[in-house]
Ligand binder design. Structure first.
Ligand SMILES: Cc1cc2nc3c(=O)[nH]c(=O)nc-3n(C[C@H](O)[C@H](O)[C@H](O)COP(=O)(O)O)c2cc1C
Length: 195
């Protein structure tokens, strides 16, 4: 039997009633139904210090978090749109890791009143810099239109999130299986840097 796809879902808002978290929980439900394992990383609860290159990368203070990130095949990266940008919390999470993202899939979700396109672009740039793949789209939604009382309410947003869960499950498995084959093989692929 093949192993379940491991998805880390990162909530990049520290706000207690975060709508980003609501959308992420909605996708997570769809993924679990599709047989994936979802590891929720809520940065409001699991605080990460800001990257400091004097100490961060030499210290082993990540402990289990590093193992969780390493184990993940896919990262759902959820963030509110802050001034057309990724939230500081999510950016800091991505700064802590890079090798752990290589060859894996990013799936961005953005809470924005303005479609969040600049935020999508920034997440694609981070994916490129870390040799990660990105879904060819992101899901943006609006707190007042798409979410109420801790639930996703609009059919349009539900449809986009279901599509994302389906695509993560299908493309995530294809990429994870190729990643493992490339790590074990001898082809001159970008994955060779991790052999
Ligand atoms: C500092 C700050 C900057 C923001 N800048 C933008 C912005 O440029 N565009 C936008 O659409 N919303 C902006 N917002 C609104 C949030 O993105 C929006 O309220 C989002 O739904 C919050 O998500 P959350 O509940 O998950 O934190 C900003 C909010 C804050 C606090």
């Amino acid at each position: 039997m093949c192993k379940p796809l491991k998805v880390m879902a990162v909530v990049g808002s520290l706000h207690e009633k975060s709508v980003t978290k609501v959308a992420i929980n909605h996708v997570a439900e769809g993924l679990r139904e599709a047989g994936c394992e979802v590891d929720l990383l809520d940065l409001a609860e699991e605080k990460l210090p800001l990257v400091n290159t004097d100490s961060t990368f030499s210290a082993d203070y990540y402990g289990p978090l590093k193992r969780r990130v390493k184990a993940a095949d896919v990262f759902i990266l959820g963030t509110p749109d802050y001034h057309g940008s990724v939230s500081g919390a999510l950016k800091n999470f991505t700064d802590h890791f890079w090798k752990e993202f290589t060859g894996k899939l990013f799936a961005p979700i953005v809470a924005s009143h303005e479609k969040g396109l600049t935020v999508h672009d920034q997440l694609r740039t981070i994916a490129r810099q870390c040799y990660a793949w990105s879904l060819p789209y992101a899901v943006s939604f609006e707190e007042k239109k798409d979410v109420a009382d801790g639930k996703v309410t609009s059919d349009q947003c539900k449809g986009r999130l279901s599509m994302m869960a389906r695509d993560i499950s299908v493309y995530g498995r294809i990429l994870a299986s190729q990643r493992l084959a490339d790590l074990a093989g001898e082809d001159p692929t970008f994955m060779a840097q991790l052999r």
